[in-house]
Design a protein around this ligand. Structure first.
Ligand code: NDP
Ligand code: BG6
Length: 481
């Protein structure tokens, strides 16, 4: 596909020997090549401190692809392998990128930083000093972008010294998921929802990202961040903004991002008092998940920790559309099932005309958007049970399955293609990331001020008791209760 963006000729993955590159980036690039979506002549250059030659890197990538369930097509592999190259570099060393600049040959390039964010400033400076930051070059930054608002501003400022904002692509891989992109279509390609999308019709919103996996070997990273910074600051707030934003003027990147920013600005800040009432932290103990006995977080980590592996919180959006509609967010490791779901709970009927027997089954309408493991949008509607035995109501889902039976794409495929196409719509703008951190800082500070330690929960349960009380206090319940 040579005509897409002929100008990008090199894609450098810094951190090419790491976990993200192996699980997501290299397979995504292979699949894009398989669909003939990579520009002709695009070279993919792996880089890390480890010394190896091109052949060893090609072998490493082949090993990664062989381990996957999809199988390797030899014709695609031949084309893909020809694109691969490797160049060892330590981005913290002054002369680190000298060899890389010889491979890049001054061509317009994308630099993907699959590295610790503490290295982002150093890489940008090194790229600049080596003459590798040309006007067409783009930089891709992975999360987490900092640890709080201050550190994220510092990283963004270091990057901005070399790359202006239009050339910076901040990844939140949730935005690359098919169902997340479909949220915009659902809301703004249907007339049905918009008149009801407000506090007159909607009672509350629940966003759940539940994982059965534990933290495992990732604890050195995770222990510093915890579920609030690892999941809520980015993925969950992105989902919240897409649900809550006003209709943008058009689908252009800045129109959509401007609206998301307005939602972040309207999030009610947390006060010290809110920590007790509005945000629950938990940490998993040993338990049973999917039939298997699993260790506690502290056993995995090898010692005590005050890091949360579970968060449930109530977010309020102080604007005309959402005043009085709580958004309940919940995420955790070692929960009973893998489920990423957004549920929009509509208000109950103001008055029922059916008799008491029928009313027993009367539920309020609900729109459920399932992102994982199934991809599905369903609208729960009431209807009458067929038969002669009087009116009995039942709730039935009107379902829009997004599963077309084909291979489910890795979210990074969409995002990598968009960087190549120079389309920033699914990337997070600097002000978005900094505002999201500022709100998260409020939650973290209120936990710290009130000395709120994570509450224990058994692996395989839906989190500590406080998570249930959080909804009960407002007369509501999580959908799985
Ligand atoms: P890993 O620790 O697995 O990999 C880090 C990579 O960086 C290795 O290739 C390492 O290779 C390289 N590296 C380390 N120091 C230097 C240096 N000074 N110069 C050049 N290369 C260096 O990390 P991950 O792949 O897990 O994560 C990378 C980034 O992606 C992080 O920001 C992470 O938060 C983010 N991320 C990761 C996810 C995941 O699922 N893994 C999910 C979402 C985000 P070497 O030691 O050979 O130099
Ligand atoms: C990452 C987090 O950003 O997202 C992980 O660092 C988490 O802790 C992962 O497991 C979840 O992503 P997904 O796509 O599997 O829901």
């Amino acid at each position: 596909m040579s005509d897409l963006t002929p100008q990008i000729q090199r894609l450098v993955i810094f951190g090419a020997t790491g976990d993200l590159a192996a699980r997501m980036l290299l397979p995504s690039l292979y699949f894009l090549d398989s669909d003939k979506l990579l520009p002709d002549g695009l070279k993919i250059i792996g880089s890390a401190r480890s010394e190896m030659d091109r052949d060893a890197f090609v072998k490493l990538v082949r090993g990664i692809m062989d381990k996957r369930s999809e199988g390797v097509d030899e014709a695609v592999w031949k084309r893909f392998a020809e694109r691969l190259d490797y160049c060892a570099a330590d981005v913290t060393k002054g002369a680190g990128l000298k060899a890389l600049s010889e491979v890049i040959e001054g061509r317009p390039s994308i630099y993907y930083l699959a590295l610790s964010p503490s290295l982002y400033g150093a890489v940008c400076r090194a790229l600049d000093e080596s003459g590798l930051s040309c006007g067409e070059c783009r930089i891709v930054l992975e999360k987490p972008l900092g640890h709080d608002a201050e550190s994220s501003r510092a990283i963004n400022a270091e990057v901005a010294e070399v790359f202006e904002e239009s050339r910076v692509f901040r990844i939140d891989h949730y935005l690359g998921k098919e169902t997340v992109q479909n949220l915009i279509a659902l809301r703004f390609a249907n007339t049905l929802f918009e008149p009801l999308w407000n506090n007159l019709a909607i009672d509350h919103v629940q966003i759940t990202v539940a994982e059965t996996e534990g933290v495992g070997d990732r604890w050195p990273y995770y222990d510093e961040y915890g579920a609030l910074r690892d999941m809520v600051q980015n993925h969950m707030l992105q989902l919240l903004t897409l649900i809550a934003m006003e209709p943008p003027a058009d689908a252009g990147a800045d129109s959509v991002r401007d609206e998301k920013v307005k939602v972040l600005k309207s999030l009610r800040p947390f006060s010290r008092h809110d920590a007790q009432q509005m945000a629950v932290r938990g940490q998993y103990k040993a338990g049973v998940v999917e039939g298997k006995t699993v260790k506690s977080y502290e056993e995995e980590r090898g010692g005590p920790s005050q890091t949360e592996t579970f968060v449930a919180l109530r977010a309020d959006i102080d604007n005309w559309r959402w005043a009085g509609v709580p958004f309940f967010l919940r995420t955790g490791k070692r929960l009973p099932e893998r489920r990423t779901q957004i549920a929009i709970q509509f208000k109950p009927l103001p008055h029922s005309i059916f008799g008491q027997a029928a009313d027993n089954d009367l539920s309020a309408n609900r729109l459920v958007i399932d992102l994982q493991p199934k991809e599905d949008i369903s609208l729960l509607l009431m209807n009458r049970r067929p038969g002669l035995a009087g009116t009995r109501l039942q709730a039935l889902p009107l379902s829009l399955s997004l599963d077309d039976g084909g291979r489910r794409r890795i979210a990074y495929e969409r995002l990598l293609l968009d960087v190549i196409l120079n389309n920033p719509q699914l990337f997070v703008r600097r002000d978005e990331v900094e505002l999201a951190w500022a709100w998260i800082d409020g939650v973290a500070d209120s936990w710290a001020d009130s000395g709120q330690a994570p509450r224990p929960y058994a692996a395989g349960s839906w989190g500590p008791a406080g998570a249930f009380a959080l909804l009960e206090r407002s007369g509501r319940a999580w959908l799985d209760e």
